[in-house]
Design a protein around this ligand. Sequence first.
Ligand code: IDC
Length: 518
Amino acid sequence: MKLRLPALALVLVLLLAVLPSGARAAFSDVKPSDWFYQPVTAMEARGALSGYPDGAFRPKGIITRAEFVAVTARMAGLSPAEGQTGHWAVGTLQAALEAGWYDWDEIPPTGETFNDPIPRQLAVKILMKALLPQARGDYNTESAKMADFSSLDGRYYEAVLAAYAVGIVNGDDKGNFNPRSHLSRAEACALFLRAGDESARGQTRPVQPTPVPAPGETVRGGVTENGWLRVEGTQLCSEAGRPLVLRGMSSHGMQWYGPFASPQAIRNTAAFGANVFRVAMYTGEGGYLSQPAAMKAKVIAAVDAAIEADLYVIIDWHILSDGNPRTNQAQAVAFFAEMSKRYAHSPAVLYEICNEPNGAVSWSGDVKPYAQAVVKAIRANSPRSVILIGSPTWSQDIHLAAADPVAGDNLMYTLHFYAGTHGQWLRDRITQAQAQGLPVFVSEWGTSRADGGGGVFPAETKAWLDYLDARGISWCNWSLCDKDESSAALKPGTPATRAWTAADLSESGKLVFGALGG
Ligand code: IDC
């Protein structure tokens, strides 16, 4: 059956066209700091909708009834009905009507409202019927969440209450649902994504993640694929609850080696198989405390570049010479409050709140109270991002944290090692801490001695990587730069401004980059 496509319809088809698989369009009007960046890019990456031929997405444009039903159908796998002609989406609309997603009068098949904006209450009904038909919401509990519940039409109660109950709809800042107002394309993306993820979760829910996965049970992949991280038992998991391993590089100090956290450098690292990047923002050593505005700008640029490369990204408050995190707690609280607000909607961002407490510093007297204060500041903006907490003795004393952990969800504890200095005893400490229920993340390790020099230790490195791999523990290697020291991954003089080949990698870089994708 050949469809006749008038000019307008053709534009709409282009609008909904699927991009070639693997293409990640950078829309000219969708920036990493926009609240809708994640839903829009995730929906586009799933091939459920795309931008305009001019490279724009028009996030504020209004979505029509036909467009909304077409995207929903694509997500639900509903095929168009045969034998329909006229409007570009008429076959799909007919199939949706027959599937009972909406009634005849809500979108008459005669087509006169196909290109009208879709009211929110109808959009939610269609989405719930298509993707979450089993969901139900308790009348009293859910209606109390809507300040304007009385303006909702009775025929939408069931769907809207269910949507509130499963969390795919939240009201506006006044608590209103606004049942008759229209949806922007960005808002529709957020709705589609939440419904799609909730529906996928429903299908995977019976499978409980194992606390420590067996080798081969973990998944890799980037943010688009895995979504919000969550910690189940001791294991980092994807949004759908699958054990996930992040592996990547840490930057060197942003005040010295900022160019190696450029978009090109981060893309290069991703091309070697990394799915995480750590932005090491030294506090002392001429870093943030001496030049806050300049350092913050560098961190933001690096975080945005990592998000654009679909990597998870760790914002690291890199205390080192300032050994006790309490010394600059007020600055840390303010910094993380600002960052967590800025990235509140990005599932890519993790917060590492104190690189390596050291010197005369105690867990329960210093690091733990500091962590409680910073976690509280982050949670005020970002309820579910993963927060990484260090411990005394350069983040080796995880046994102290295991005995007295910080309360809260999605908290992990960092363990740092250097293969030329730390051996079996420190691995045993991880085993013990995990047995006590402590989630561990190796946010920094080196193939060298702990001072960053002394050459590379391949056998010791292999013992460590095998151990981490067997336990599904995530890691970042120190460090991505061309400094003339053993721990640097690139040969001295390697530019950050072009792609890298194996010939650019140092001895350490060869070992580490070889293990990134594996
Ligand atoms: C090292 C750098 C080195 C720099 C030094 C002081 O490799 O070039 O001169 O810091 O700033 C850590 C720290 C990390 C260290 C690294 C190696 O987190 O900042 O980097 N290391 O010494 N903990 C254990 C080892």
